[in-house]
Structures are given as structure tokens and as C-alpha cells.
Design a protein around this ligand. Structure first.
Ligand code: AKG
Ligand code: FE2
Length: 350
């Protein structure tokens, strides 16, 4: 079996319980979006989503409108790409200057993840801050790197991104309605300059599943994540009621949705961005495809003024999305001495 590279070893208190004695897997709400044409049913879905965002930070959707054929194609091109020889994948390797493309050395909270990834932007030219430094006003244009193989890779990726983007807007609208706001309340933050990203995650079988994680515990920084996973399983969500790690059972053709840090701040903590992680196993590889719905770099994130009152004062001061994300990513390549930036760093005293 050999030795594990110590960079992958999780601290004792972060290691997964494999074969948990009491797996409670089916609690994360599954919400059917096929009924959205009737106003009564829409109200019901809005309320179900609101409850899920409040109690879990996670839910699954079925009958979501993303064509199954497209979901099948995206899984196929992702698999074909990861099967390429390392030197082929490295032709589109991400580096300090270009954050897009292939990467196999990501850290989450300074421990190496047991995975390889491929990232692409939903908008092929995306403006972001040139550096995380608060006073540096320079912007940089990011562009995608596309592999030559498989030849249909780029087209399938772009088609998939457009289809999931539609679903992401739909969900954002339902979340806005649940906060008693107009359905399009958040749309302007994304229009034209969204910084959204699609990621292919490949978790190879791991001989040390008790020591390493596919992705260490983290919260997603954006507004929403729309995640496709295969039938292997491995995603675990930290249950709000007791802090237990709960596996999310794969549901065929469903997307897993979680609210990110931005929705937590917009909702002034009504909804919570919940920690999650990925457990690996020694037998099967696993694929997942998150769509990270991110606003434009210039968006200042703060609690919605419409929700605030004397009884519900703002819990956060505003922060700039582009700088927040640039700061968060600084630790992907190098171990950092300080904790990753988190929204609690912007929390106002009670
Ligand atoms: O692979 C998964 O199921 C989740 C991955 C994840 O949480 C992430 O990439 O942010
Ligand atoms: Fe995540």
C-alpha cells in the first residue's frame, strides 16, 4: 500500500468516521421543481426552499430543467479528460497567473485534497481584481484554457454552463421570494459580469480514506452552488442541529444545492452557509461537477436593507466580492500562516 504523503493527512479531529454506526442519510430535503407553473405550487416550493435554507443550508432539486442528455455528456467529457496522460492534462495546468484549467495540488485549510480538478469560467472573459491587496485597484481579465482532447470538450462545457446558469437564476429567484423580495432582486449583481465557475472534481480511489479527505471541510464563498454528483457518494454536510457529519445520498438526476456565504450575508443570517466535506474510498473513483454561482467582482456584499430593522440590525459590514474571493484563493497553492478569509471577519459587534 505504501506510505501516504503527509501533506494529505488530516488532523485527528478532522478525520472521517468511515462506516458510521448510525447513518442518517435521507434527511436533506428533495424538492420537485416541475410544479412551478402554478402560483399555489410555486408558493409551496418557495416555502420548502426557505425551510431547507434555514434548517440545512442544503437541499436537492429534481425535475430541474437541465436536459439529462447534457448532464450525461458533461460527465463523459470530464471522465475522458481526466483519463488523459498527465503530460496532456498539464498542457492546461493552472498556475499563479491563470487560475483556470487543470490542477492537482489544491489545499483546503492548508491540508492537501485527494483530488484533481478542472475549472472553467461561465463567461470566457471575466474581470477580477489583479491581487487580493485592498488598495490595489487594478483588474485582470481571466480567460479559459481548453484542452485539445476530447475534441467536443469546450462545446459541451459551454452548453452545460448555460443550462445550469438558467437553473441557478431560477433558484436565486425562489430564494429571493422566500425572503419576501421580488424574484429578480439579486439578478443585477450577476448580469454581464458574473464571475461564476464550473469545476470538474475527480477523486481517485484512495488507499488511506481514514486519513485523507477529497475536499476538507469548508463553506462555499459564493451565492449558490449547483452540484451534480455521480452515484458513488462521499459528500457530507455538517448538520446544524448537532454538528454531526451527514452523508448526502446520491439521488439519480438530482442537483444538490447549497447556499453560500453571500446568501448568508444577504439574508442577515436567516440562511446559513453550511460546512461540508468529501470523504474518499479505497475502491471507487468519484466525479462531481459544481457550478459556483458568483456575482460580478465589483459587488459589495451586505445584508439586504429591506430586511433590516431595530429588531434585526445588520450583522455584517459590507465587503467586496472580488477581493474576498482573491484572498480566499491565495491559500490554494501555498500553505498560509493565517486562517482563510471568512465572512465572520466582517461580522459587526452585537
Ligand atoms: O464533490 C462534492 O460533492 C463537493 C465538492 C465541493 O464541496 C466543492 O468543490 O466546493
Ligand atoms: Fe463546496
Amino acid at each position: 500500500m505504501g506510505e501516504i504523503d503527509p501533506a494529505f493527512i488530516q488532523a485527528t479531529d478532522q478525520r472521517p468516521k468511515l462506516n458510521p454506526t448510525n447513518p442518517v442519510a435521507d434527511e436533506i430535503p428533495i424538492i420537485d421543481l416541475s410544479v412551478l407553473s402554478s402560483p399555489d405550487e410555486t408558493r409551496k416550493v418557495v416555502s420548502e426552499i426557505g425551510h431547507a435554507c434555514k434548517n440545512w443550508g442544503f437541499f436537492q432539486v429534481i425535475n430541474h430543467g437541465v436536459p439529462l442528455e447534457l448532464a450525461r455528456k458533461i460527465e463523459e467529457v470530464a471522465k475522458t479528460f481526466f483519463e488523459l496522460p498527465a503530460e496532456e492534462k498539464k498542457k492546461v495546468k493552472r498556475d499563479m497567473l491563470n487560475a483556470l484549467g487543470y490542477h492537482d495540488g489544491e489545499n483546503t485549510k492548508n491540508v492537501r485534497d485527494w483530488k484533481e480538478v478542472f475549472d472553467f469560467l461561465v463567461e470566457d472573459e471575466t474581470l477580477v481584481p489583479a491581487s487580493p491587496e485592498p488598495d490595489d485597484k487594478e483588474l485582470r481579465k481571466l480567460t479559459n484554457q481548453w484542452p485539445q482532447y476530447p475534441p467536443e470538450f469546450r462545446e459541451v462545457c459551454q452548453e452545460y454552463a448555460r443550462a445550469v446558469e438558467k437553473l441557478a437564476y431560477k433558484l436565486l429567484g425562489l430564494i429571493a421570494l422566500g425572503l419576501d423580495q421580488p424574484e429578480n432582486r439579486f439578478n443585477d449583481y450577476f448580469k454581464d459580469q458574473q464571475t461564476s465557475l464550473v469545476r470538474f472534481n475527480h477523486y481517485p480511489p484512495c488507499p488511506f480514506p481514514h486519513l485523507a479527505l477529497g475536499v476538507g471541510r469548508h463553506k462555499d464563498a459564493g451565492a449558490l452552488t449547483v452540484l451534480a454528483q455521480d452515484d458513488v457518494g462521499g459528500l457530507e454536510v455538517k448538520r446544524k442541529s448537532d454538528g454531526e457529519w451527514i452523508p448526502v445520498t446520491p439521488t439519480p438526476n438530482a442537483y444538490i444545492i447549497n447556499v453560500g456565504d453571500i446568501v448568508q450575508v444577504w439574508s442577515n443570517d436567516k440562511y446559513e452557509s453550511v460546512e461540508h466535506r468529501v470523504v474518499v474510498n479505497s475502491e471507487k473513483e468519484r466525479f462531481s461537477v459544481p457550478f459556483f454561482f458568483f456575482p460580478a467582482h465589483h459587488v459589495m456584499v451586505k445584508p439586504l436593507e429591506e430586511l433590516l430593522s431595530d429588531e434585526n440590525p445588520a450583522k455584517y459590514r459590507e465587503y467586496n466580492w472580488g477581493k474576498f474571493y482573491a484572498t480566499r484563493n491565495r491559500s490554494d497553492f501555498k500553505k498560509q500562516e493565517v486562517e482563510n478569509i471568512q465572512i465572520h471577519h466582517f461580522r459587526l459587534p452585537e
